[in-house]
Design a protein around this ligand. Structure first.
Ligand code: EPZ
Length: 417
């Protein structure tokens, strides 16, 4: 069955290793389309979305393999610039392939992507940006993109979109001339992608800032054997919140504190002690925290939207009020109705969720509507009285590898049903 059964109130104690970030791996795999040799990515976990992205690469004629936790991707034999419909509909990140495929083949056909269902998720900005590089685009549900050549341009993004910035960077690497991206996304995953591409011979400056400049080159020719992606900052935040919600203690290995500053500022010294080293974060709980006041999600370096649902779940058990304002997506509060089944007191008004903390949530039968709200339900269930059944663990495993095993090792009473 596709369920996670959680018997709450066990404190989490122990260590957990986080691996390469799902949201870094997905654009890195797409960037392999620009290469005619194999590259190995270190410290990878087989999360669901990465597997789907790799299967799409296989459908295009590419190859991949694992050696332990090193993922090797080889796009030298790619020959079909047509994204497979069924697989593309499974993940939003299939859209990240448009730019590199256009750069390599000067044509690509695709369907609009799928992914987490929290409201409307258009790809208009992706298409507008590629048009500005010279792409001609036709079709609605089925898209056909072609370009006699890609020419650098100055492009101001209407919103610092992570995926649009990544798509544009990959296409512009092989465009003629200079591309300037203004209002670019600044996420660590952008810096990671640009570091990878520059190692291969791309000429990108400004990654992580408002303005990214790409000097197009004919080909990416610098062969590298291995690349180590950044660790998963959202997975780090999720395990910290799970520990907080059970009153335990955790050491997270592979965590980059800098990537989580906005999140840690919100939980710091609120009934917990936090310490860190270059690639470790320690957290020890000391009681039940107070309400968090106002938490607004926004593009990096602000509080990440992907930790909004996990934080909302944690806020249900605090002493006092937390107001969460979602500033990136229009409708990302699918977790609220599920938490109400556990006794949570939450009012939603527009893009705000007002959480009145109570120390008493009880287990219930819950549905994981999307990846991060599913993770939030696990956090709530771990701290609740009694047993919860979370239906849709496959949705959660799109971004959290073996989360049941990791939680069990930390002392949680969880099992797959
Ligand atoms: C990336 O999605 C992440 N996914 C998301 O993580 C993350 O929530 C999001 O960035 C914001 O940080 C991956 O990296 C694979 P956006 P992306 O384009 O690029 C609107 C997870 O849980 N928009 O930055 O798709 C959009 O609707 C996932 O791991 C348009 O209107 O997000 C949203 O309101 C969920 N038109 C805003 O921009 C477009 O063409 C930001 O979205 C593109 C985006």
């Amino acid at each position: 069955m596709n369920k996670l059964i959680v018997n709450g109130k066990n404190k989490l104690y122990g260590k957990v290793d986080v691996k390469s970030a799902k949201n870094a791996m997905l654009p890195l795999i797409a960037a392999c389309v620009l290469l005619d040799f194999e590259v190995g990515f270190l410290n990878c976990s087989k999360v669901g979305d990465v597997t789907v992205m790799l299967d799409i690469i296989k459908c295009l004629g590419g190859k991949y393999r694992y050696e332990d936790d090193t993922l090797f991707v080889d796009c030298s034999s790619l020959y079909i610039p047509e994204l497979p419909c069924e697989l593309s509909k499974k993940i939003r990140a299939s859209v990240f392939l448009l730019g590199p495929l256009l750069a390599r083949f000067r044509k690509v056909s695709a369907v609009t992507p799928g992914g987490c269902n929290f409201g409307d998720r258009p790809i208009d900005m992706h298409l507008d940006a590629l048009r500005k590089l010279g792409a001609e685009i036709s079709g609605k549900e089925h898209l056909y993109l072609r370009a006699d050549k890609l020419e650098g341009a100055k492009i101001t993004l209407p919103f610092p979109s992570v995926g649009v910035t990544e798509n544009l960077i990959m296409a512009a690497c092989l465009a003629e001339g200079e591309t300037v991206i203004l209002n670019a996304a600044k996420e660590p995953e952008i810096i990671c992608l640009c570091s990878f591409l520059n190692r291969l011979g791309a000429k990108i400056t400004g990654a992580g800032s408002y303005k990214i400049v790409i000097q197009g080159v004919k080909k990416l020719t610098k062969k590298i054997t291995y690349f180590k992606p950044i660790s998963d900052r959202i997975e780090v935040g999720t395990y910290l919140l799970a520990t907080l919600n059970t009153g335990g203690e955790i050491e997270i290995n592979g965590a980059n504190f800098i990537h989580n500053v906005a999140f840690i500022k919100k939980i710091y010294n609120n009934a917990c002690k936090i310490a860190f080293e270059s690639d470790k974060i320690y957290l020890k709980c000391c009681g039940v925290g107070n309400g968090l006041g106002l938490v607004k999600t926004a593009p990096y370096p602000s509080f990440p939207t992907d930790l909004q649902s996990p934080l909302l779940a944690y806020a249900c058990s605090l002493n006092g009020k937390t107001v969460i304002e979602e500033g990136v997506f229009k409708n990302r509060f699918s977790i609220v109705n599920e938490l109400r089944k556990m006794g949570a007191m939450i009012e939603v008004s527009g893009t705000k969720a007002i959480v009145l903390g109570t120390n008493f949530l009880t287990g219930a039968i819950l549905n994981a509507c999307d990846l991060r709200s599913g993770a939030g339900l696990i956090i709530a269930a771990l701290g609740a009285e009694g047993v919860s059944e979370i239906v849709g663990v496959d949705v959660i495993e799109r971004g959290y590898f073996e989360i049941d095993k990791k939680l069990k090792l930390l002392g949680a009473d969880v099992s797959k049903g």
